[in-house]
Design a protein around this ligand. Structure first.
Ligand code: 9MR
Length: 351
């Protein structure tokens, strides 16, 4: 018998499981990721521009791990447009330039929100036409300034209240419920190529808010309003059930829109205990939540996976500690910029 035939025969025998009871080898694992930049979709973080400027360690992690950045605060109304006739671009421009140099995507956050408004807006005296001009001018000036550099925008943020109604806000009060739709139209006019998102939190709380958000975005889409995506903030915690988290993600995809997990963090101290200490048990439970979230997102149709963005970078710069006035450790990096088990959970969820 020729050598090639012998080879073929032995291959055939081994693939037929010639030795019967031998365990089959496990399918090989995909190669481990060198960093989250290598994920199949853009993985990002919300960035504090002051830290990006001043801390080499912070900038090092952002540059190594993330290929999308969102300004934590620098693109909010109060930051960009502090007075009626004043726009302040410096911090946001710094972030955009940083992203260009590091080959990262910029997600814009946020154009129309009830929070972080400057006093000149909350105190604005004018009829609904004047409010319309105010909203339109802000959106078009900001989106126009970053046209071609900011790939996507949270056009409207948190318009839905916990009970499923539209949240009381100056925008609703002065412009009526259809301000949401018009905000998207103004944004599209200012940058036809930017992906436009409706962003909110609480999809994982349960059906009331989730259904209201899904109905809102679906009706915008059905009316031909230029909406491209839905942002799930997912400021979540160990107490949220896996079932509710998974439903939040899969039901968002059923809209057919792009899906962005836009502000992910997993708090471990939902009771705001002053004396809570970090522990292996908390680390393991947090890792499991990150894995579940990333795995569920990773299983969505590839064309709808816009990305996952964590809100902040490390447990030292998380907004959660300030908001609860308590210890918490919600992010994949610890105060020393080291990877936590949560990071391994993300990597496992990506495989
Ligand atoms: O992390 C942000 C914090 O520094 C700001 O003080 C606050 C108000 O502008 O906003 C925080 O970010 C929020 C985001 O813009 C919208 N979703 C909830 C985030 C956490 O509160």
């Amino acid at each position: 018998m020729k050598t090639t035939s012998l080879l073929l025969l032995s291959l055939l025998l081994s693939s037929c499981g010639g030795s019967g009871s031998e365990p089959q080898p496990e399918p090989p694992l995909p190669p481990a990721l060198g960093s989250l930049r290598e994920a199949a979709f853009p993985f990002g973080a919300a960035v504090n521009v002051n830290l990006l400027r001043s801390s080499a360690a912070y900038q090092g992690v952002v540059t190594r791990e993330y290929r999308s950045v969102t300004a934590e605060n620098a693109m909010k109304f109060r930051s960009l447009h502090p007075d009626a006739a004043t726009y302040a671009w410096t911090d946001a421009d710094y972030l955009v330039q940083y992203a260009r140099q590091t080959n990262s995507r910029v997600h814009g956050h946020t154009l129309i929100w009830h929070n972080s408004l400057p006093a000149w807006v909350t105190g604005f005296q004018g009829d609904s036409a004047a409010w319309e001009t105010l909203m339109k001018t802000h959106i078009q000036t900001v989106v126009g300034h970053f046209r071609g550099q900011v790939a996507s925008w949270d056009v409207v943020n948190e318009a839905v209240a916990e009970d499923g109604t539209l949240r009381p806000s100056p925008w609703l009060q002065h412009l009526g419920p259809d301000y949401v739709a018009r905000a998207f139209q103004y944004a599209r006019q200012a940058d036809p190529d930017a992906k436009l998102f409706y962003n909110d939190y609480g999809h994982e709380y349960g059906p009331t808010k989730r259904t209201a958000i899904l109905n809102l975005v679906s009706s915008l889409k059905a009316r031909g309003i230029p909406i491209d995506g839905i942002g799930l903030q997912l400021h979540t915690s160990l107490t949220r059930s896996d079932a509710n988290l998974a439903t939040a993600i899969t039901s968002a995809a059923q809209t057919g829109l792009l899906v962005h997990i836009s502000e992910l963090d997993v708090a471990v101290n939902p009771g705001n205990q002053a004396g809570l200490a970090w522990s292996d048990a908390l680390a393991a439970a947090q890792k499991a939540k990150y894995k579940l979230i990333v795995q569920t997102f990773n299983a969505l149709p590839a064309a709808q996976r816009f990305g996952i963005t964590t809100w902040n970078v490390t447990d030292a710069d998380t907004w959660v500690r300030g908001a609860c006035g308590c210890p918490d450790w919600p992010l994949p990096f610890n105060e020393q910029y080291q990877k936590k088990p949560a990071y391994d959970g993300i990597v496992e969820g990506l495989q």
